[in-house]
Write a protein of this length. Structure first.
Length: 134
């Protein structure tokens, strides 16, 4: 459902996009990490809460991609890029979100990967919004 949210948002269909987020946020039992991302995108939860719920590398890849999409939707390019890079740092090359994060970085004119900052490993979180690392 979150890919649909992103497409609707980019097409200017904000009400439909928000309805998708509300539905995903209500599915906390099935996918608590993605429900938290939806809550973040709705302005209800923090980025930290979403990342805390991502317990596997695959979940971190998904969460960081959608957090990046949420930041991009708000016009916060540096924060979005940090999250897209954290998604890529997960190493989950078979995940769709891994490839999408690379495409997002391409679209932003930024390199897909930087030297591994430790994000996505569970050892360190990406920087707080407004405190980007380059």
């Amino acid at each position: 459902a979150l890919p649909l949210w992103r497409v609707l948002l980019e097409r200017g269909r904000d009400e439909e996009a928000e309805a998708v987020l509300r539905r995903v946020a209500g599915e906390a039992a099935a996918k608590p990490d993605l429900a938290a991302v939806a809550g973040f995108c709705l302005g209800r939860l923090t980025e930290q809460r979403a990342t805390e719920l991502a317990e596997t590398a695959t979940a971190r890849c998904e969460v960081f991609y959608y957090l990046g999409a949420g930041y991009a939707a708000r016009g916060l390019g540096d924060e979005a890029a940090d999250c897209f890079r954290a998604c890529r740092a997960s190493g989950e090359t078979s995940a769709t979100e891994y490839a999408l994060a690379g495409l997002e970085l391409d679209r932003m004119g930024l390199p897909r990967d930087l030297p591994d900052p430790g994000w996505g490993t569970g050892l360190e979180s990406p920087p707080e919004p407004g405190k980007t690392r380059r």
